[in-house]
Design a protein around this ligand. Sequence first.
Ligand code: ZN
Ligand code: ZN
Length: 342
Amino acid sequence: MSENSLEKTMKALVLEKPAPVESGPLLLCDLPVPQIGEEEVLLRVRACGVCRTDLHIVEGEIPSHLLPLVPGHQIVGAVEEVGEKVKDLARGALVGVPWLNQVCGSCRFCQEGKENLCENALFTGYDVPGGYAEYVATSREAVYKLPAGYKEEELAPLLCAGVIGYRAYRMSGVKEGDVLGIFGFGSSAHLVAQIARAEGVEIFVFTRSPEHQRLARDLGASFVGRAEDHPLRPLTSAIIFAPAGNLVKNALSYVERGGKVVMAGIYSTPLPEIPYSLLYWERSVKSVANSTRQDVRELLDFAQKFHLEVKSEVFPLAEANRVLRLLKESKIKASAVLKPQP
Ligand SMILES: [Zn+2]
Ligand SMILES: [Zn+2]
């Protein structure tokens, strides 16, 4: 890094202590532009998606790993500088950084190709600084090339909402002609709905917000209702995106024999007591934890081959507290994206 950039500062949103988002826990600060190591990359952030996980981190529903913290793990940035050992990225290239940042490669999960379960994993905007900033330094292994034909604000939500949704969708095991139930309809669900439709899977959507119901219909849902509305036909499997544990009971009572109920969130309120008969007939409930690098590549490939309509609302970086509050109140239509330079 040149001496000049040592003095350079950037705007960043910093969480010093988790607190309800209504109290404005993210502070707009001037921080030094980070310096990079030899296997790292400095990105100028062009867009950073806002994920429900950010809300859980900011409010302390999941334990803090690093404080003070710059959150944000759906980063689209232009390569500003590369470390000495990074040979395959050119300055100016537009790239993406997802939630999974670094893994150890040696624990038994890494050895089995399940690096999403790595015992020593580092996550972007949680264990290492994230993208709610003008610049971010990140390890080369966390940087992905992005599909063509999308705007920056359309690419950002692919990096977690898209990737985790994709992993949950694959875990649901649905195929052409099946019916997939989707509980909660936001950033991730609106992308999964399109992946499912592209593969000939019918979707039934359960959500309270009239605006989310409308969006679900626009994206091809053949049934739209609230969680307590019994669907016309049984579901083959279901994915729960809303962080409400009681939905497990609804989902299990709607899936047919052998059906899977996949919980896509990093946090949920407690699960209810359920009669064993709901789980019987080889129904299962499973959570999704993070993603593998292969999931990221597959989702980005999918988005290259099949154009996903990413519904993004763009906000200035400085408004992150307000955006998180809107997300908490289900007032974001699909995906919210922060931009340092609107
Ligand atoms: Zn590991
Ligand atoms: Zn996320």
